[in-house]
Design a protein around this ligand. Structure first.
Ligand code: NIG
Ligand code: FE
Length: 407
């Protein structure tokens, strides 16, 4: 058995994110990484001599704050074009839902994305990804959903996988063909869902392009029955599911998601106490998307106190997309989660680390600093962990370590 090169990272103020309490009280000051994993975390004084001896390299973290690599667990990062003109329309008072009814909204990005080849999709997504990487993001979820044909959805997912390979980061891809009804199926949304569930999804799975399946279940989008059709197909392929739910209206999606033990329900501006209980029971994560809420100027916000009381864990993500969240800053999303949704700073940090990992189905310690977890962590020029959420538009990321290597 070959011995992997070990590195000792010393003089770190470690925020392990293994629990809310641990996030509040940083105690450990050293990490040992072995290859791409963390082997040990603790006080350097307590480092076992045998392990110390194996550390061929010693790196000084300069007494900086060290957190797990951040995880953006809900993005639509791959798309062509933009919707800046719609932003201008919205400033004149036209609503997001009205723009969608006029054939704009998601469908306008579908037109641009269908016309883009693989190289164009990659070129468009790269600066968005780079913005996130500069903030210490080391894992990201990327959805399809702007192609709405088998081949254009596949092209988006291939681009997402390619971004992961090029940048050496962990990418989880999500098949979101149930994002809007394409013009070919206008007025026949149930037919569309049957096709994307029974014909396209098996092919996407055969090509190993999706790690999960998502549906936009809302007023003006897909119904709870559509979610059943799609989730049954996902289940037969052993693919985990998740859902855009309750952004504008509660159409019964969360109950379906709970029945299928979805990884997460995302948005949740509209959520009943009964559904919060279902989410807790099923162990689903509530992914909060404060930048979309902010961009749309929504009237109601997710019932954070209810989620907390019900014991539902909360994640925070950018929802980076051209319509409702033209944002490639997870730090800004953390700030907004605190200021707009009243998360505590500790919850916001857990929401972009440990809980974001859960929302993506990671079960290897990703999102925490603990033995066995990926050696992905960030050194910050900050005094305390709550400062990550305090700044609104200020990036104090100093050094990113991915797979045990400084990037
Ligand atoms: O997460 N709600 C649906 N999907 C996206 C918006 C996509 C778009 O407008 O292009 C969201 O907010
Ligand atoms: Fe979204």
């Amino acid at each position: 058995m070959s011995v992997l090169p070990a590195t000792l990272w010393r003089r770190a103020r470690i925020v392990p994110c293994t629990s809310l309490q641990a996030a509040a009280a940083a105690q450990a000051d050293a990490i040992v990484t072995e290859g791409e994993r963390i082997a040990w975390v603790g006080h350097e004084a307590a480092l076992p001599p045998a392990l110390r001896e194996r550390c061929a390299t010693v790196r000084d973290c300069g007494d900086r704050l060290v957190t797990p690599g951040l995880i953006d667990c809900h993005t639509h990062l791959v798309f062509a074009g933009d919707r800046a003109a719609e932003f201008a329309e919205r400033q004149r008072g036209v609503s997001y839902e009205e723009l969608a009814r006029r054939g704009g909204g998601i469908l306008s990005t579908v037109r641009a994305t269908r016309a883009a080849d693989a190289a164009a999709l990659l070129a468009a997504a790269t600066p968005r990804l780079e913005s996130l990487l500069r903030e210490g993001v080391t894992a990201i979820e990327i959805k399809s959903g702007y192609g709405l044909t088998l081949e254009s959805e596949a092209r988006m997912l291939e681009a997402a996988r390619e971004l992961g390979r090029r940048h050496g980061i962990a990418v989880r891809t999500t098949y979101l063909a149930a994002h809007a009804v394409p013009p070919e199926f206008a007025g026949r949304s149930a037919d569309y869902v049957r096709v994307l569930a029974r014909e396209w999804l098996p092919e996407i799975a055969r090509r190993d392009l999706a790690d999960a399946v998502d549906i936009y279940c809302d007023r003006g989008a897909f119904s709870a029955e559509d979610a059943v059709t799609l989730f049954e197909a996902a289940r037969s392929l052993a693919l985990p599911v998740k859902m855009h739910a309750g952004q504008f209206a509660d159409v019964g999606g969360v109950a379906v998601a709970a029945r299928f033990a979805a990884l997460s329900c995302d948005h949740l501006e509209e959520l009943s106490p009964a559904d919060a209980a279902r989410m807790a029971q099923a162990g689903m994560v509530a992914v909060l998307l404060p930048v979309a809420y902010y961009t749309l100027g929504q009237a109601s916000r997710p019932p954070v106190a209810l989620l907390r009381e019900s014991g539902v864990s909360m994640a925070v993500a950018t929802d980076c997309n051209p319509g409702t969240s033209p944002c490639a800053s997870l730090l800004l999303a953390m700030n907004m989660a605190c200021r707009l949704f009243e998360l505590t700073a500790e919850e916001a940090l857990a929401g972009v680390t440990r809980e974001a990992a859960r929302a993506l189905g990671y079960a290897d310690g990703r999102g925490t600093l603990a033995p066995g977890a990926p050696a992905d962590f960030v050194m910050w020029d900050l005094a305390a962990p709550y400062e990550l959420s305090y700044w609104a538009g200020m990036n104090r990321c100093r050094t990113v370590v991915r797979g045990g290597i400084v990037r």
